[in-house]
Design a protein around this ligand. Sequence first.
Ligand SMILES: C[S@@+](CC[C@H](N)C(=O)[O-])C[C@H]1O[C@@H](n2cnc3c(N)ncnc32)[C@H](O)[C@@H]1O
Length: 251
Amino acid sequence: MTAPLVPARLELAPDGTPVSERYGDVYHSIAGGHAQARHVFLGGNGLPVRWRGRASFSLFETGFGLGLNFMATWLAWRSDPQRSGRLEFISVEKHPFSAADLAQAHLAWPEFAPLSTVLCAAWPELVPGEHRVDLDEGRVVLRLLFGDACEIMASLDASVDAIYLDGFSPAKNPELWSPAVCRQLARLVHPETTLATWSVAGSVRRALAAAGFEVARCPGFAGKRQMLSGRYVGSDSAAGRQERARPADFR
Ligand SMILES: C[S@@+](CC[C@H](N)C(=O)[O-])C[C@H]1O[C@@H](n2cnc3c(N)ncnc32)[C@H](O)[C@@H]1O
């Protein structure tokens, strides 16, 4: 039997940044959640350019958290006259927030207000499994996988164009960056799939390379020297080429 979910509780650091007591880490860079999403996750995957002119574009994220990356992506997509016909965003979350906590946290980003209202109204019950949320008359589909990534990703059937890796720090949340999770990511890719993350930890680079991702360091967000951006090249090529990758050419 599947264990019941343990929801997250909204707690704020003295400077107002949302924190997780369970993991002892912050939900986003103290330099700004929206700006971080744009620089690291959209920029690191060559967005919005890569979705232009496409019928559909799909993403996978580890760690939905407050949904900042999702709303930053949705807002950028909505604002882009050349956006893809559809946007699919799949995200896994072990400790989801309640709709009330999400709405409260989102007040810090007035630019997200219209999206937050719609998202929180459609927010599913906190029970394990997949929940599909249709937004913008079905042109945006959010697939929320509530459960532990290490277990629930194995039953996911998808082929995605871009991947956001956004667990808490690998030192505090190693299971979400594990070789097993990276191998699951490699099941969700096609030859053009890219990924981005703010972490440059050696354990993350090694797990990604072993799973077939070629990664390159590029300038990080707000005072962080580096982040990773990469693409899927297949496990034979990536393991041998770890760190010799040229910077991804979509940046
Ligand atoms: C840094 S936060 C994500 C922030 C989020 N991407 C956003 O835009 O607001 C990391 C998230 O990963 C989730 N998480 C940690 N371990 C997990 C696991 N094993 N499976 C699924 N989610 C996990 C945490 O509960 C937390 O919400």
